[in-house]
Design a binder for this molecule. Sequence first.
Ligand code: ZN
Length: 227
Amino acid sequence: MCNKNHKTSEESIQEMGDAHIMTSIATPLRPDAFDISDDEKIKQIQGHFEKIMHTLGLDLTDDSLKGTPKRVAKLYVNDLFKGLNEKNKPSMSTFENKYQYSEMLVEKDITLYSNCEHHFLPIVGKAHVAYIPTDKVIGLSKINRIVDYFSRRPQVQERLALQILNELKNVLDTEDVAVYIDAEHMCVSSRGASDQSSSTVTVEYSGKFREEQTRNEFIAYFNNKLK
Ligand code: ZN
């Protein structure tokens, strides 16, 4: 029996966005994404944003408003979404694990600023990242930078966690990586959802972190303040 629902594809896409469901781990980019320069992108976005403001009825000759389109365009290209471009990826040099350190390394309370790809509104929170080294180790500040890099894209929280996890698995040549993200989505809080302080937790465990004991040890590193 056919019981498929009768939503149009547009309705389905709308619902997918509202539920913050992602379609793939890789950020969906077009092959020609970087054919034009950053300066050209800023120029084009400035023009588009001018139109948005104009359509909203704003007077762009007002001194307070006239600089906004360019300001927004620069913010998009140079800051908020610069992680779309691989050229801005931090170098991830590793060191030989000379001391054969084999305990869990945890970088906790990494401040995270991203933007949701469904509403282009901020996602703000904390990331906690851990790995168990094999032959390679990495400076902990590099973990902050990789979190920052993948955050600077239009994102879905699950994808952000997975992109960080996969990058670290590759760089460190290990399966034993964990990424825990606890963040607030402005698209939820600003639209009058009943609980203004609600946050979303996304966790990605791989390798030994799938074992309960290892997982609990990791969570204890940043969760003790809640006890
Ligand atoms: Zn959203």
